[in-house]
Design a protein around this ligand. Structure first.
Ligand code: GLC
Ligand code: CA
Length: 553
């Protein structure tokens, strides 16, 4: 028999398995000093709100010193706080307040690239070609008589060339922007330095890490490099592609796991890895590695029963093989908000694509069905919160916020907008606009000053303070759902129920928790059981269109 203490520790080590994790984009959450930029003191001031929301953990997007060439994913110093948004003392204060409220803290680690202002990169540029300092990055000579052409014709993720030239003529590799030089992960000092960073934050009481583009770290860059066209032909599923998802990357995470396990409870990690197949993804979720990996399958699906069912089945099957838990996510700081995606006219293809089409077109115009989109988003979220596994929520979705399209070019910040990334049109600023806390005030209560991205007038209707008072608001739906989820959640199991209607998905969780979603356009009969919560008002025993209900079966 385990002792009571052992049982408590084991439970604590598993806190992440079915956690509801709320993503904070720190510069857009709450601004305590009124300079227009959200800060750590702002997060601390909103801990009561987070506690009332009922989440288990927050994940903070990068808050490290940064010139913000990519919203903070260009890190100057991995072991400090950006003076624009606080200090290490503010961080400790915030962590203490969150822990006091029973909320775990997850920070974002960006290991594929630093920023061009990182000490080691400045040193590398100054030290010149052939220097040891340059070995920590991927420096190369260019092609052409004078080396005036980049080493290859590869395109960076946000558009433009994947190589940038320094004053002495050499080029360095940048998968994203030129301000984000890629680390050379074959270099022992790079590896050591990240272990130091993991310990630095773990020692400060951080409970876990979200690992940015976890699949890109290791590269195979021989003398002869393939061209862009040749690269496109290479297999991405065998672990041998020169630039992504190479098998050797897991050696790094095995080392990281040892560090995580130095702590009690072990530190948690979740991989952001947009890889080709479920099998490839599972490697990142291995208990000898990071332990959990994001699944973006639901995020790229349409609001459609068949797609939802098969994605849920597949994902649950995968985690049975790895011993991890499923992750579910509809929105984050990189994609068009799901209320908006679901409000766009159906297109052939996927909803993420719809979001892209929408932003490319310059905004929704009359085509966006705001109400219908939010209605479907609420139904989808309530379904997600009944699923076994972790639910990842993105700040503002609990207010039912839509994407903001109307941001003038001169106010935009996202490099993917300026660099003409192929995969995006208006870029990602529209989901990063500072939150509306109150219906009035210079920045809708975000702070005493302005907002670093302009907030539209319609934000007033979505203010948190108004929604707190309104019974059927999206905020109250999230609060009630998260509270019930705590109460009802048991074993990580799900049993599908036959509904006799292919537009209606129903499943039970152990203990008689029944979730039923009507994806169809016509109302249906509600199954037997006590109604606990619904994403729309329910009258009698009728489940309206595009609605989820929870019942006690
Ligand atoms: C990840 C982040 C994204 C960032 C990119 C480069 O995909 O989520 O915001 O731009 O990595 O770090
Ligand atoms: Ca501020």
């Amino acid at each position: 028999m385990p002792t009571a203490l052992q049982t408590a520790t084991a439970l604590d080590a598993d806190w992440w398995r079915q956690a509801a994790v709320y993503q904070i984009y720190p510069r857009s959450f709450a601004d305590a000093n009124g300079d227009g930029i959200g800060d750590l003191k702002g997060v601390t001031s909103r801990v009561p709100y987070l506690k009332a929301l009922g989440i288990d953990a927050v994940w903070l997007s990068p808050f490290y010193p940064s010139a913000l060439a990519d919203g903070g994913y260009d890190v100057d110093d991995y072991r400090d706080v950006d003076p624009k948004i606080g200090t290490l003392e503010d961080f400790d204060e915030m962590t203490a307040a969150l822990h006091q409220a029973g909320i775990k803290v997850i920070v974002d680690i960006v290991p594929n690239h630093s920023s061009d202002r990182h000490t080691w990169f400045l040193e590398a540029v100054a030290a010149g070609r052939g220097s040891a300092a340059r070995e920590r990055f991927h420096f190369r000579e260019g092609r052409g008589a004078q080396g005036e052409l980049p080493p290859t014709d590869w395109t960076a993720s946000f558009g433009g060339p994947r190589w940038t030239r320094v004053a002495d003529g050499q080029w360095y590799l940048n998968t994203f922007t030129p301000e984000q030089p890629d680390w050379n992960w074959d270099h022992p000092e790079v590896r050591e330095d990240f272990l130091r960073t993991l310990r630095f934050w773990s020692d400060r009481g951080v409970d876990g890490f979200r690992v940015d583009v976890a699949n890109l770290l290791v590269k195979d860059l021989p003398e002869q490099l393939p061209s862009k066209d040749e690269l496109a032909q290479l297999d991405r599923t065998s672990g041998t592609h020169p630039l992504m998802d190479r098998d050797e990357v897991h050696e790094i995470y095995r080392e990281w796991r040892k560090v995580f396990n130095e702590y009690d409870p072990p530190r948690f990690a979740v991989a952001e890895a947009w890889v080709e197949t479920a099998e490839r993804r599972a490697k990142y979720a291995s208990p000898e590695g990071l332990g959990q990996a994001f699944s973006f399958d639901l995020l790229v699906a349409d609001f459609e029963a068949g797609q939802f069912r098969s994605i849920i089945e597949q994902n649950l099957e995968q985690v049975r093989a790895t011993g991890s838990t499923s992750t579910w996510v509809f929105s984050n700081h990189d994609v068009t908000r799901h209320a908006t995606r679901y409000g766009l006219p159906p297109l052939a293809g996927r909803t993420v694509k719809q979001g892209v089409e929408w932003v490319k077109a310059g905004g929704p115009g009359a085509a966006l069905d705001r109400q219908g989109g939010l209605r479907r988003a609420r139904a989808a979220t309530l379904l997600m919160l009944a699923l076994p596994g972790s639910a990842y929520l993105y700040q503002g979705e609990e207010l039912g916020l839509h994407e903001v399209a109307q941001i003038p070019a001169e106010s935009r910040q996202d490099p993917s907008f300026f660099r003409g990334a192929e995969w995006d049109g208006l870029g990602r600023d529209g989901c990063r606009v500072p939150l509306p806390w109150t219906p009035q005030g210079s920045s809708f209560g975000f702070g005493a000053g302005g907002a670093h991205l302009p907030q539209p007038d319609w934000f007033a209707e979505y203010a948190a303070s108004t929604q707190e008072e309104a019974a059927g608001s999206t905020l109250n739906l999230y609060r009630q759902a998260l509270a019930l989820r705590h109460e009802l959640q048991g074993a990580e199991e799900l049993e599908w129920q036959d509904t006799g209607n292919d537009q209606v998905l129903a499943f039970t969780r152990p203990g008689g928790w029944l979730s039923v979603t009507n994806f169809g356009n016509a109302p249906v009969q509600l199954p037997d059981g006590e109604l606990l919560l619904a994403s729309q008002p329910v009258h009698g025993r009728t489940l309206p269109a595009h609605t989820t209900a929870w019942l006690r079966a």
